[in-house]
Design a protein around this ligand. Structure first.
Ligand SMILES: [Fe+2]
Ligand SMILES: [Fe+2]
Length: 328
């Protein structure tokens, strides 16, 4: 309680006050305590988090599209119900994350407008197409698998609202990964054509999934600050390596190959070595020129327009409620 009370003591607005606020923030970081919305924070910390959380929210919402494509064509009622639940979860993740980002001073409208205008980024992975049912399984297994690898360290992120949102998100992501693996296992135990379909999807998704961890540590523009601020706990390259090591064993259980001739166990490192990632492709896709970027944004814009009446009705409803005299 003592430290909490100390934090709330007003500090005068002056150069000395700024230094004191910065000092308290640094102490909080060093002690591994979370930063909450009412706490003072450096402007660069706030901006970095706002950028990361809003991009994360956009990724969840745009990420509903590639799999949503298969809800009406799922091969059984059971698979349809599972996929529907999974895609709804992703929408929910977007909502928690927009709410967390709002605590940093940006409105949901501003964030959504930036996405729809093409100014905000979202994960490059959702700009790839889903031509077969096996893509749904591979997204669950590899894309959600990579998301979990990225997101588990975020449960310990220094910003409280983000860390708490991630705890819930991660629980749901582990169901997503299992449903994908289960779907693929069923297909691998099926016909030769189904096995070929799975292999084709794995071949298409493997490299884009490795790109999900972001540029190599030496090239990553924001990594150093994010590590110092406790937003990021483990580097891009280390997370990517952990993912590859786990995926190789899972691919063996499934009986699928991974499309990398340089993938082999390195006993000295105690990890799998893997081939070079095509970073030019990553840059192209993240800057708007991937296979489905235009289609994804067009779908989001159409959904936003079609939902205008819902937003208007909700605003009108809350206006009416607010104007009603309070019930006894
Ligand atoms: Fe998600
Ligand atoms: Fe997911």
């Amino acid at each position: 309680m003592y430290t909490q009370a100390l934090d709330q003591l007003p500090i005068e607005h002056s150069a000395q006050g700024d230094a004191l606020r910065q000092q308290r923030f640094d102490q909080r970081m060093a002690a591994g305590r979370t930063v909450e919305p009412q706490d003072w924070m450096p402007e660069a910390y706030r901006k970095t988090l706002l950028r990361q959380i809003s991009q994360h929210a956009h990724s969840e919402v745009v990420g509903m599209l590639p799999e949503g494509n298969w809800i009406s064509r799922a091969p059984s009622l059971e698979r349809k119900a599972i996929l529907l639940a999974k895609v709804q979860d992703e929408g929910g993740h977007g909502l928690y994350l927009y709410a967390a980002a709002e605590t940093l001073g940006s409105s949901r409208e501003e964030m959504v407008d930036a996405l729809l205008a093409g100014r905000a980024k979202y994960s490059s992975i959702f700009n790839y197409p889903t031509p077969t049912w096996a893509d749904v399984g591979v997204i669950g297994w590899l894309v959600d698998g990579a998301a979990i690898m990225n997101q588990i360290p975020l449960c310990r992120c220094s910003y409280g609202p983000y860390a708490r949102a991630m705890i819930r998100v991660c629980r749901e992501e582990s169901f997503h990964q299992r449903q994908g693996f289960d779907l693929l296992l069923a297909m691998m135990r099926g016909t030769e054509a189904q096995r070929r379909m799975v292999q084709g999807a794995v071949d298409r998704w493997w490299w884009p999934v490795l790109m999900m961890f972001g540029p190599s540590d030496t090239e990553s523009a924001h990594s150093a600050n994010s590590m110092a601020w406790g937003i990021k706990r483990i580097s891009n390259d280390e997370l990517r390596q952990r993912f590859v090591d786990a995926a190789v064993a899972q691919a063996e259980v499934l009986g699928v190959g991974l499309p990398d001739p340089e993938l082999r166990w390195n006993a000295e490192r105690g990890h799998y070595d893997f081939g070079a990632i095509d970073w030019d492709e990553f840059k192209r896709v993240i800057s708007g020129d991937g296979p489905c970027n235009r289609e994804r944004l067009a779908a989001r814009r159409a959904a936003h327009e079609a939902g205008a009446w819902v937003r208007e009705a909700a605003a009108e409803h809350s206006r009416k409620r607010a104007s009603r005299p309070h019930a006894a």
